[in-house]
Design a protein around this ligand. Sequence first.
Ligand SMILES: NC(=O)c1ccc[n+]([C@@H]2O[C@H](COP(=O)([O-])OP(=O)(O)OC[C@H]3O[C@@H](n4cnc5c(N)ncnc54)[C@H](OP(=O)(O)O)[C@@H]3O)[C@@H](O)[C@H]2O)c1
Length: 322
Amino acid sequence: MKAVVYTKYGSPDVLQFKEVEKPVPKANEILIKIIATSVNRTDCGFRNPEYFIVRLVGGLFKPKRKILGSELAGEVEAIGKNVKTFKPGDSVFGLSTLNFGAHAEYICIPEEKSITTKPTNIPHHEAAAVCDGGFLALTNIKKINFTHKPNILINGASGSIGSASVQFAKYFGATVTAVCRTKDFELLKSLGADEVIDYTKEDFTENGQHYDVVIDAVGKSSFFCCRNILKPKGIYFSTELGYLSQNIFLALLTPLFGGKKVLFPIPKDTKEDIVFIKELMEKGKYKAVIDRVYQFEQIIEATRYVETGQKVGNVVITVNMN
Ligand SMILES: NC(=O)c1ccc[n+]([C@@H]2O[C@H](COP(=O)([O-])OP(=O)(O)OC[C@H]3O[C@@H](n4cnc5c(N)ncnc54)[C@H](OP(=O)(O)O)[C@@H]3O)[C@@H](O)[C@H]2O)c1
């Protein structure tokens, strides 16, 4: 089968198209013919690690896993002998986070992992764009108490994690302020944002508003910048470690004092997350935000675009379209 392989860390130039062996499902695995995948910031982070912790997980000097791609939609082609919940021909979507492998024509995934049947009303290229940003957003959203309709500010709301965070926060009943550029105001309002702020025109830390929660979905601010806009027991989340990995230390220390705090939950995807996303999509309460769709052969160009940090939502790659 055709796959995009990398054997060393570096720029998008390290990605190469190669013929590799088609995987064979183990007893508990399903073999999926991939119809669509995405290029996301997780792929980029594991191709050219910025943080040492990524090398600890992905390989100290060179990548342990040679094929990137952490989300996908496709069709089950074969199943292992113990598989009970899928059958050949099922349309499925989901994640392959730690093993990656979705930048290829086929992938094997254990049936108990983050994969489920695709909603019939959602095309494959949309289903391939909802899980990575979705589960990363849920990692933070699940830590918020929505009982009293919190006021939540989401910075980087136009990104993959940001646009998912807006939709989940709104679904659970929050009042949402989305920080993005004016060009994306209509999109963010259509996803449920009550207020929108253009970060190039207004400093959201200086406008006198106060929030129960600030989610910095692009990691461009800091707890110290946002402390003054948090209510007395307000919570700050970031998707980045921050300067000198401060968010890790702040997440250990600030909860001890009972006031404003940083939470930095470690992302871990589950099948429940994917099933939850599926149910919201079926209800029309969660949708894919897609910036560009590239063909498989254009994946290096797609990667370069993702690395500009300017995509709106997600970048999809179509693989086996016949
Ligand atoms: N914690 C984890 O495990 C994990 C996993 C994956 C990714 N990440 C990190 O999470 C972050 C977000 O990932 P993502 O895929 O959601 O990002 P993304 O989709 O690449 O985000 C891009 C969006 O962010 C907006 N943006 C850029 N600078 C901004 C600023 N200063 N203020 C407000 N918005 C800004 C851009 O809008 P404009 O072009 O209009 O500026 C663009 O629409 C990245 O930093 C990534 O490294 C963390």
